[in-house]
Design a protein around this ligand. Structure first.
Ligand SMILES: N[C@@H](CCC(=O)N[C@@H](CS)C(=O)NCC(=O)O)C(=O)O
Length: 220
């Protein structure tokens, strides 16, 4: 049987993992989690109960989105795609990881504050947006010269970042569409229009113990 993937549809970390699984055609059994009522099977694993998490039939556990991404690369039979998503050169790998690192540790911080500005009343929503825009400006500059962050083909950097930029854009969709970040808009739009994204965003009811297996990715 396929490994178990605990996931939450709208979670940007889970979206990055599901996007990789989809394009690499690596199958899992999806367990859709409601964050306010996590299933006992997830809690019983002990330790972090964030999503996404993947557990293989042998009981090997991948508790972070990036663990799942790299696990998916290792499972794939499509070596050409693997090599283009995760370049062989160490220098390029480090650059790619630097984008993800900045996203996960700095941009995410300002994204949360911009998204939930009422929970962080010490500064205004506009202030939080400006802090997040530093990242958008960097992305935009990079995408001015090329279609994707690392060049003319998609890598893990793009896949790992776009779900977070999507959230940032959605806080005030009008502001984003009228902003100066036209290269980011086009890059994000390509992801949102992709076949893989519609598979990734399929809706599933919350998983319940004993229910029939939901295979992911599935045909759309
Ligand atoms: N570093 C983790 C972060 C995952 C994460 O924070 N997921 C959120 C949902 S977007 C979550 O599970 N929140 C519930 C919780 O923290 O208990 C990863 O890369 O997978």
């Amino acid at each position: 049987m396929y490994p178990i993937l605990y996931s939450f549809r709208r979670c940007p970390y889970a979206i990055r993992a599901r996007y990789c699984l989809t394009i690499l055609e690596v199958k899992t059994q999806l367990r859709e989690v409601v964050l306010k009522a996590k299933p006992n099977a997830l809690l019983a694993l002990g330790g972090p109960s964030t999503v996404p998490q993947l557990v293989t039939q042998k009981g090997e556990r991948y508790p972070e989105s990036l663990d799942i991404v790299f696990w998916a690369l290792a499972q794939s039979h499509n070596q050409a795609l693997v090599a283009s998503l995760w370049p062989v050169s160490k220098k390029r790998q480090n650059k790619l990881l630097a984008w993800i690192n900045y996203n996960d540790h700095i941009f995410k911080h300002w994204l949360d504050r911009y998204k939930y500005a009422d929970r962080y009343p010490e500064r205004s929503e506009q202030y939080y947006r400006l802090r997040g825009e530093v990242f958008l400006a960097r992305l935009d500059q990079r995408l001015n010269r090329q279609a994707y962050l690392m060049g003319d083909s998609m890598t893990l950097a793009d896949i790992c970042l776009f779900p977070f930029v999507r959230q940032f854009a959605a806080v005030d969709a009008r502001w984003f569409s009228e902003s100066q970040y036209e290269n980011v808009q086009a890059w994000l739009a390509r992801f949102l229009a992709s076949d893989a994204f519609s598979i990734v965003m399929q809706k599933f009811p919350a998983w319940q113990e004993g229910q029939a297996v939901v295979c992911f990715p599935n045909e759309n």
